[in-house]
Ligand binder design. Structure first.
Ligand code: 6R9
Length: 647
């Protein structure tokens, strides 16, 4: 595929915080003099007691440790709220859009949010929550979720948000793992017009969690839910009884801020732990520069607070930067496929940050859903969560952004706390599908399977060679697992688990998880590459590719393909797609199997559950493992029932 380059638009080069020259100068300083760079950069935070040490980090087994600004003290909620009261107390902090567009939006100013947070912090204290205690949050996308996070941060409690789409089983596991004794939830959630029985789920989960003493229940739909006397209390009732004065707790920079569970390739989900100082610096500085954010701009990150993107870029980063942050309860296609762009018009959104999976789904519905809206306020678009295939990128750029909005394709992970590799809109010429260049302080490197560094252009495993402030500090309760998972594969470096290509311009192209790499006749191929080729076909909406055992090639290519609405998949199309991929990538990428499917198995955050597809590819379907976190488990039944006969 021919590579298109989109230069920085002239107005962006001129007006942005950082242009090309400034990017290079700042990045160079950040790696040559990290202590000086971060000592200066950390002044963006209001410290209670200033730090004297900046960086004490080692990725080596002998003296392994990660500490930033260690002797400084601060409070994140004070940085997100109190510091704004004088300058922008009456500015809207959270603009909340409900699931149903007919219901009223909510506009919460910094002053109101501050009061709500203090009040709820006092609620937590009144229930016995102390600094260091774990608070499980199982709430839908409502402002109270942000209030709960900030209230925890205010008193030094560690929040553990569990996505409100997770099953009771998953919730119970996470409550137990971090020994949480308090759960915050709602009667029901609302998404895409459907009710989610959150309180019922909590009740079921708590059957396995006898240590939980308090459940605070927010009334979202008003459904009648059973309340266990002594354990369950009504959110509004207990909040009303508290004062709006609550002094922020003085936290050490390395005191824990939150735990967020994330799945790896093996074992049960890991409790990724982030601490206070480094994370605050990282979430705020990345939000400011990646989105070229100026206080007061209307900014919308469409992620759920159940994911790290919601933590760093719906709540913490934007609020520390004095943003008006949009919080959206709903889904992209309810009531119809114009929903995102209607919300953009309703609020005058200038910066929109979303996921490729949503974009591909909307793209499939046709352009009119987009073009019937104005979107004239949009200036910048962002992408996160998975590689964005060039077709979706071009559509996002041309149709959604009308060619005038740069796209920041941001690569990062739960573990990294914030964006690591991304364009800066005023500095970086864009190549569709590339996350482009490292953020300040990030030192990516490529190594081969034996750990030998790859210089210049090439393909390999993506590692990060030195620490950055937003890095996770441990796996909750299992420091050894932290070291083993991330620092033992390629000693002395942080191993991301992602494969990556670096081109002649030093641009990084994430090719997908290493465990998604398939080896066909000795040729390594990113499944994302083949998927991208398939999706480039006019009739294909979405594709997922896995390896399958092959007698001669070692591994063959098994492709799951969802066609566009109105396309009837048949044998002719199958042959056409095989030829298409051969044409796009080369004969080496010829798919061995193409299975058409109306839907792919996805988690509720929209990530394709490749584990299941791999098992189908390997014809090992007797035990597909835990499928409880799938958005729609029936998709799997369809896949199993329609497997093509293999020779
Ligand atoms: C923020 C987030 C992390 C994994 C990561 C990678 C994939 C995320 C990406 C991307 C290509 C991007 N990923 N952003 N791949 N381009 N812009 O998604 O965190 O849920 O922990 O997932 O997602 O494979 O390793 P998390």
């Amino acid at each position: 595929m021919a590579e298109t380059v989109y230069p920085v638009p002239a107005n962006w080069a001129q007006d942005a915080l950082v242009d090309e020259a400034a990017y290079h100068a700042m990045h160079r300083r950040s790696v040559e003099d990290p202590v000086g760079f971060w000592r200066d950069a950390a002044q963006r935070i209001d410290w209670i007691k200033p730090f004297t040490t900046v960086k004490q980090t080692s990725f080596n087994e002998a003296d392994f440790g990660i500490e930033w600004f260690a002797d400084g003290t601060l409070n994140l909620s004070a940085n997100a709220l109190d510091r704004h009261l004088e300058t922008r107390g009456d500015q809207v902090a959270i603009l909340w859009e409900p699931d149903d567009p007919a219901d009223a939006a909510r506009r919460i100013t910094y002053r109101e949010l501050h009061a709500d947070v203090c009040r709820f912090a006092n609620v937590l204290k009144s229930r016995g929550v102390q600094k260091g205690d774990r608070v499980t949050i199982y709430l839908p996308m409502v402002p109270e979720a942000a209030v709960a996070m900030l209230a925890c941060a205010r008193i030094g409690a560690i929040h553990s948000i569990v996505f409100a789409g997770f099953s009771p089983e998953a919730l119970a596991g996470r409550i137990t793992d971090c020994d949480s004794t308090i759960v915050l939830t709602a009667d029901e959630g609302l998404r895409g017009g459907k009710k989610v029985p959150l309180k019922d789920n909590v009740d079921e989960a708590l059957g396995h969690c006898p240590a939980v003493e308090t459940v605070i229940v927010l009334r979202r739909t008003g459904a009648a839910v059973p309340m266990v006397p002594g354990r369950d209390v009504d959110w509004a009732e207990v909040a009303a009884a508290q004062s709006t004065v609550c002094e922020p707790e003085e936290m050490g920079a390395e005191d824990p801020l939150f735990i967020l569970y994330t799945s790896g390739s093996t074992g049960k989900p890991k409790g990724v732990l982030h601490t206070t100082g480094g994370y605050s610096v990282w979430a705020s500085i990345t939000h400011q520069y990646v989105f070229d954010y100026r206080p007061g701009q209307i900014y919308w990150c469409a992620a759920d607070i159940g994911w790290v993107t919601g933590h760093s870029y719906v709540v913490y980063g934007p609020l520390m930067n004095g943003a008006t942050t949009v919080m959206f309860e709903g889904v992209p296609n309810y009531p119809d496929a114009s929903r995102f762009w209607q919300v953009v018009d309703k609020f005058g959104v200038e910066i929109f940050y979303g996921a490729p999976t949503a974009l591909r789904a909307l793209m499939r519905e046709g352009d009119e859903w987009v073009t019937r809206t104005s979107r004239k306020t949009l200036r910048l678009l962002g992408s996160v969560g998975e590689p964005i295939n060039p077709e979706a990128w071009e559509w996002y750029h041309k149709v959604v952004g009308e060619g005038r909005c740069p796209i920041v394709d941001t690569w990062w992970q739960t573990e990294t706390g914030g964006v690591m590799i991304s364009p800066l809109p005023g500095a970086t010429a864009l190549k569709p599908g590339s996350a482009t260049r490292p953020f300040f302080g990030v030192q990516p490197a490529l190594v081969d399977n034996e750990g030998v560094p790859i210089e210049g252009a090439g393909d390999g495993c993506l590692v990060i060679t030195d620490s950055w402030p937003g890095q996770m500090r441990t796996v909750w309760g299992d420091h050894e697992r932290f070291f083993q998972t991330y620092f033992s594969t390629f000693p002395g470096t942080y191993f991301t688990g992602d494969g990556c290509r670096r081109d002649e311009d030093g641009y990084y192209w994430i090719t997908g998880r290493i465990d998604d790499v398939i080896n066909v006749s000795g040729h390594r191929m990113g499944t994302a590459e083949i998927e991208s080729a398939l999706v480039a076909h006019a009739k294909v909406a979405e594709a997922a590719v896995v390896g399958m055992p092959h007698d001669i090639k070692g591994q063959g290519i098994y492709a799951f393909v969802t066609t566009n609405a109105n396309v009837e998949p048949d044998e002719a199309l199958r042959r056409e797609l095989v030829q298409w991929v051969r044409h796009e990538i080369g004969p080496i990428a010829t798919p061995d199997v193409i299975q058409f499917a109306p839907g792919l198995p996805k988690t509720r955050s929209g990530k394709i559950m490749r584990r299941i597809l791999r098992k189908i590819g390997e014809n090992d379907v007797s035990n597909l493992g835990d499928t409880s976190t799938l958005a729609d488990p029936s998709v799997v039944d369809h896949l199993l029932a329609n497997r093509p006969q293999l020779a």
